[in-house]
Design a protein around this ligand. Structure first.
Ligand code: HEC
Ligand code: HEC
Ligand code: HEC
Ligand code: HEC
Ligand code: HEC
Ligand code: HEC
Ligand code: HEC
Ligand code: HEC
Ligand code: HEC
Length: 388
């Protein structure tokens, strides 16, 4: 429910917008604008362009999330089908969260740039908006969402959650069991939040996208390479909801969203990704955060049979610390790392090849990492298999 005072202010504001936009239109058609190439005009155009993109990474914007994001949004029932709708944040902040500081940007020019952050075709009578970045299923399909990048990382303490049911108070257990029965068995729980993305399954087509012509056999981007991670609140808010009272509350955005840290280099080829032309945020986000092996494919039969724990130790993983999510090379032991090259280990083979030819690129598990110096961990892994 809106407070009457607020409603009145919004009305006044809308009226003000009409007046200002009308005036701006007049100015656009009027003689003052005919002076071409005026430096003043160019300057203001460049100054305006800055305002077409919102960033949380500006001192003045680093305040309580609730100053701009009001939980839940008014439209939460409308963005998802009735049977799967839940109280969520699904709409842009309103004008009141910007206007006090950005009066100038809101009331300047025929089409103030700042409006386009939220509106598709802003005008005094046109309030149509881009989809809000959540839910991603809708946003990703929109022109604004296709190449969007989040400014946040997610804080999800795996260890706390995997054993969670045993720690809950009785009332919570009751609730959680109703919609959540798999959290107990840790390996079972993984697939609730992580599924094989774009699996090949029975399909004949191995590749996730058509290989660029000049790459041919070296193209590696196969279906079923990546695992998904949650892209929204559906799973988290089954437990973190006003009904259960389990902290953090859904309104406590900053408990789960932390500003992105500077990440280490990933085994990612940005130029190749641009050339492939596949606009899939899930692949882009997963590949560009591969700090171990860019080419590792989860769906591959001999890989899919392994326990996740063979390679991922969730008890030592901190989702806000990329280094902690690295997969140790010793997880590839026996199959790709053997006592000697003759035993078939591809790592042995690649190390030998590099020793024979300094320009040799390691391509089995890597993209950009393959031309770098051989890390200590690789030499040690081979030595350990040889019993040294
Ligand atoms: C000054 C206003 C303001 C504040 C304060 C603010 N936001 Fe936002 N936030 C916005 C706007 C506007 C958008 C939409 C931006 C867009 O779509 O281009 C947005 C979008 C987002 C998104 C989706 C885009 C992305 O980068 O993933 C997330 C997540 C988000 N905000 C989380 C937060 C969290 C967490 C906080 C508090 C730590 C916070 N916001 C504080 C205004 C704000
Ligand atoms: C507490 C004051 C304050 C609030 C509230 C605020 N801003 Fe800002 N904003 C600033 C300041 C200060 C800057 C940096 C100087 C400038 O460009 O005006 C800025 C910069 C910007 C920029 C330029 C970004 C860039 O990269 O240079 C955009 C776009 C913007 N704000 C949009 C918004 C929107 C949209 C809202 C409401 C959801 C909002 N701001 C709320 C103070 C505020
Ligand atoms: C930070 C996002 C954001 C920005 C920036 C923004 N709007 Fe809006 N606008 C909204 C939202 C959200 C609503 C819906 C408000 C509601 O229904 O309570 C809205 C509503 C409107 C409406 C319908 C009338 C009203 O006030 O409810 C008009 C018209 C409008 N905006 C025009 C503009 C124009 C013109 C600009 C730039 C000067 C602008 N908006 C900037 C988010 C934004
Ligand atoms: C309730 C949901 C949930 C469950 C259950 C869960 N995870 Fe996660 N996992 C997440 C979230 C959220 C992230 C952070 C993703 C991000 O940064 O975008 C994550 C991150 C990861 C990552 C790192 C991803 C990356 O970007 O490098 C791995 C690996 C992982 N989880 C493995 C597991 C394994 C193994 C299990 C089962 C033991 C498991 N997870 C269970 C939600 C879950
Ligand atoms: C099965 C129910 C359940 C689900 C699903 C769930 N949580 Fe939790 N979460 C809890 C409980 C219970 C706690 C409190 C644990 C405690 O205090 O020991 C908690 C605690 C947390 C904490 C605070 C932990 C700390 O150590 O400070 C964060 C952050 C969090 N959850 C994030 C998430 C995110 C992100 C998701 C979705 C990817 C999620 N949770 C999904 C039940 C759940
Ligand atoms: C219990 C944990 C939790 C809380 C609390 C939470 N979120 Fe999220 N949010 C997530 C997870 C997990 C995702 C999916 C991962 C991702 O998108 O990075 C997500 C995704 C989003 C997205 C889609 C962003 C994108 O670009 O992927 C937006 C927008 C968003 N949250 C905004 C908010 C806002 C605003 C609040 C506070 C009102 C909030 N969230 C509270 C866990 C949480
Ligand atoms: C044989 C080793 C191995 C096994 C088994 C394995 N993974 Fe992975 N996984 C990896 C490697 C390597 C990466 C890439 C990590 C990196 O480069 O940072 C990865 C990445 C991930 C990611 C991040 C998204 C992506 O694809 O980059 C998630 C989530 C994940 N694994 C979940 C799982 C789950 C869930 C299981 C069990 C069903 C599992 N993994 C089994 C080796 C493995
Ligand atoms: C069987 C798969 C496999 C092969 C073959 C392989 N690597 Fe790796 N590589 C990994 C894994 C897993 C990691 C992440 C764990 C680590 O850093 O040891 C990694 C990490 C790296 C890193 C990043 C190290 C860091 O500190 O961030 C570099 C560089 C690298 N490898 C180079 C090479 C070179 C050069 C070769 C060929 C001689 C090679 N790798 C062969 C699996 C492989
Ligand atoms: C249980 C045995 C086993 C383990 C452990 C294992 N792999 Fe494999 N992997 C295989 C087999 C078998 C193949 C198919 C033969 C080949 O290409 O060497 C394969 C193939 C691959 C391929 C090529 C896939 C393709 O589609 O062509 C890559 C890349 C790879 N593995 C990376 C890794 C990495 C990185 C690790 C460790 C993090 C790992 N594997 C752990 C058995 C394993």
């Amino acid at each position: 429910m809106r407070r009457p005072g607020l409603q009145l202010r919004l009305k006044l504001f809308a009226a003000l917008l009409c007046t200002v936009a009308g005036f701006a239109l007049f100015a656009l058609l009027g003689p003052a604008r005919v002076i071409e190439g005026s430096s003043l005009e160019e300057e203001s155009a460049a100054g305006q362009a800055r305002y077409s993109k919102f960033s949380h990474d500006i001192a003045a914007h680093k305040t309580a999330c609730s100053k701009c994001h009001t939980f839940p949004s008014k439209n939460w029932k409308a963005v998802r089908p009735a049977d799967s709708a839940f109280a969520d944040i699904t709409e842009y902040p309103n004008h009141a969260s910007c206007i006090n500081c950005h009066r100038q940007q809101f009331f300047r020019g025929a089409r103030p740039q700042i409006c386009t952050i939220c509106h598709t075709n802003p005008g005094p009578r046109n309030s149509t908006r881009h989809p809000f970045p959540n839910p991603r299923e809708v946003f990703d399909a929109s022109p604004k969402g296709k190449d969007a990048e989040s400014e946040f990382d997610i804080n999800f303490p795996h260890e706390t959650h995997i054993g969670i049911v045993s720690q809950l108070r009785p009332r919570e257990v009751e609730f959680v069991r109703a919609g959540w029965t798999t959290m107990r068995r840790s390996e079972e729980s993984c697939k609730v939040c992580h599924q094989t993305h774009m699996p090949q399954g029975d399909s004949e087509e191995e590749f996730a996208a058509a290989p660029p012509k000049d790459i041919g056999d070296n193209f590696w981007l196969k279906k079923g390479t990546f695992k998904t991670s949650p892209i929204g609140h559906t799973t988290c808010f089954t437990c973190h909801s006003p009904d259960t009272g389990i902290e953090p509350a859904p309104s406590n955005c900053a408990a789960c969203h932390a500003p992105k840290q500077k990440a280490p280099t990933a085994d990612f080829d940005k130029a190749l990704w641009a050339r492939v032309g596949l606009r899939d945020r899930i692949i882009r986000d997963a590949w560009s955060t591969r700090y171990s092996s860019g080419t590792y494919r989860h769906e591959f039969p001999s890989h899919a049979e392994l326990d996740c724990a063979t390679c991922h130790d969730v008890s030592s993983m901190k989702t806000l610390d990329p280094r902690s999510m690295k997969v140790p090379i010793t997880s590839c032991n026996n199959c790709h790392i053997t006592a000697t090259s003759d035993d078939g280990g591809v790592l042995n083979f690649e190390i030998d090849s590099r020793k024979a030819d300094a320009s040799f690129r390691c391509i089995k598990c890597h993209l950009s990492f393959g031309s770098q110096p051989i890390p200590e961990s690789h030499i040690k892994a081979v030595a350990a298999m040889a019993g040294n």
